[in-house]
Design a protein around this ligand. Structure first.
Ligand code: ADP
Length: 498
């Protein structure tokens, strides 16, 4: 619920941020594509103007001849002197102009067309020539190669003509970052100015008139504002995404932390009530036994012996419980230091059994202790290890029902000394077997519920054994019993370490 309450608005905000950024980027791209189409149109217009200018310039000689009343042959000769610029000159008398096309470029008439005889592959471009009386007598011009014209004039058109055109919107600033390519009808490049890096906003416009079949492509270069905007959008979207992930992560970690704290608070409160109960039971039993003895209600020595035994047994239990709580809080605070001395595990077992035997016998347990003749020593704290064993024994008693069997064994395996405590009690479900080592953890099943405990014993055993560089293993089957094994590294006398 908490995760959802934070994550949902965070995701919505991040999503909206990304959506807005993409929308702006889309607008910029659309605007840039529109401008590219506009520029392509302008390039085409400029090519036409360039052609008209060049034809008009080249015609000057022939026009002078015609205006002074020169003959057609003289006009043709004047045209031929300028043939260097174009392919071959031609003069078409007015009455033969039918079949050619006309286009006005900046108010001037450009006449163009293909060779009606089919001899030439290239088009003809011409302008009207006036005679001595001021009336047009025909069209003078040249056959020319449009591909070569486009290739040789692209740079002039783009660099000089376009920016200086008063009708050009945007001027030099806008065209400087655009790549302009002229291509033929198969799309093969004829010439280009600047390298195109992104095809995203590219626009292509087909040429008409004398340049029919060719096309002008305009696209963005690496330095164009749209390319810059694109990079910015990628960074921004990545940034927003990252921010969202960090927020989600923080929320998740925060939620986990809060849940853990709630769990701990719950566990601590049940811990207090469990511990109180555990302390109360032996105190009550001891008090009763002492009162009975005080009042002299016992008739025989055997009975007195029984009460004294009870007092010893219960005070041992009380001491173990208090030890558990003290050790636990010291270990948690990092104040519990582990002494390190060579320890014989058989001594640990014997010591623990001395104080625990009473409890086993009084609770009606059958027990077996199996110790080998020789065991390698381990390096550690004998009292702490004895404490661990007492906790395991205590559990074996608490969690056994009718099959009251406990076995304690010491064995050596894989360079470790193992201390195993087996019972034939209620067992632990596989999914609980890791959890039981956590502090305050108790199995929440009906059977265990009737047994009081603080949930500290195993976590204490685990902490102490880990401090000895060892580990605790559990093998258990529900309904059949459990074996807890403490494994400690063998003490290497030569090296003096465990
Ligand atoms: P406590 O016994 O005080 O509840 P422990 O840390 O010693 O706390 O044990 C944790 C839980 O592990 C117990 O509540 C019990 O459910 C389970 N457990 C421990 N030892 C045994 C055992 N020998 N047989 C069955 N269950 C066990």
């Amino acid at each position: 619920m908490f995760v959802l309450a934070v994550a949902l608005p965070a995701m919505t905000l991040a999503g909206t941020g990304i959506w807005l950024t993409l929308r702006v980027a889309h607008q910029v791209e659309a605007e840039s594509a529109r401008y590219n189409a506009y520029l392509a149109e302008k390039v085409i217009e400029s090519f036409e103007r360039e052609l008209v200018d060049q034809v008009r310039g080249a015609l000057a000689g022939a026009e002078a001849v015609s205006r002074t009343g020169g003959t057609v042959d003289q006009i043709r000769a004047a045209l031929a002197t300028r043939a260097r610029l174009f392919e071959a000159p031609q003069f078409v008398p007015l009455e033969e102009l039918e079949g050619y096309s006309l286009v006005t470029v900046d108010g001037q008439l450009l006449i163009y067309g293909d060779d009606p005889s089919g001899h030439r592959d290239h088009p003809f471009a011409a302008m009207l020539i006036n005679g001595a009386d001021g009336y047009a007598i025909g069209a003078g011009g040249w056959w020319f190669n449009p591909r070569a014209f486009l290739a040789s004039n692209l740079r002039t058109v783009v660099i000089d003509r376009l920016p200086s055109s008063p009708r050009m919107y945007g001027g030099l600033e806008s065209t400087r970052h655009l790549a302009i390519t002229v291509a033929d009808e198969d799309g093969h490049e004829v010439a280009h100015v600047r390298e195109a890096t992104s095809r995203q906003t590219e626009r292509t416009v087909s040429m008409t008139g004398p340049f029919e079949g060719f096309q002008v492509r305009v696209s963005a270069t690496d330095t164009s504002p749209v390319a810059f905007a694109h990079r910015l959008v990628v960074i921004e979207v990545a940034f927003i995404g990252l921010l969202a992930i960090v927020m989600l992560g923080a929320t998740f970690v925060g939620a986990r932390y809060i849940l853990r704290q709630i769990e701990l608070v719950n566990a601590k409160s049940s811990f207090v009530s469990n511990v109180t109960h555990e302390l109360k039971t032996p105190v009550t039993v001891i008090k009763l036994a002492v009162e009975t003895l005080e009042l002299g209600r016992v008739s025989s020595d055997a009975e007195r012996e029984k009460y004294l035994r009870t007092i010893t047994r219960e005070s041992d239990r009380l001491a173990q419980l208090v030890d558990n709580i003290l050790d636990f809080s010291r270990l948690e605070a990092g104040q519990r230091t582990i002494e390190r001395a060579p320890v014989d595990m058989r001594d640990v077992v014997n010591g623990a059994m001395d104080s625990f035997r009473l409890r086993l016998e009084d609770a009606g347990f059958h027990y077996e202790v199996s110790l080998p003749d020789a065991v390698p020593k381990v390096l550690g704290d004998g009292r702490a290890l004895q404490h661990c064993l007492l906790n395991l024994l205590d559990n074996a008693v608490k969690y056994s029902r009718d099959k009251k069997d406990v076995r304690v064994a010491v064995e050596t395996r894989d360079g470790m000394v193992g201390l195993a405590v087996s019972d034939r009690g209620i067992g632990i479900a596989p999914e609980e077997q890791d959890r039981i080592f956590e502090k305050f953890a108790r199995v929440e099943s009906g059977l265990v519920h009737t047994v009081k405990g603080a949930g500290l014993g195993l976590s204490l055993v685990e902490m102490l054994v880990r401090a000895h560089h060892g580990r605790v293993e559990v093998a258990s089957k529900p309904g059949e019993g459990s074996t807890f094994t403490i494994l400690l590294p063998v003490w290497d006398e030569g090296r003096g370490s465990g």
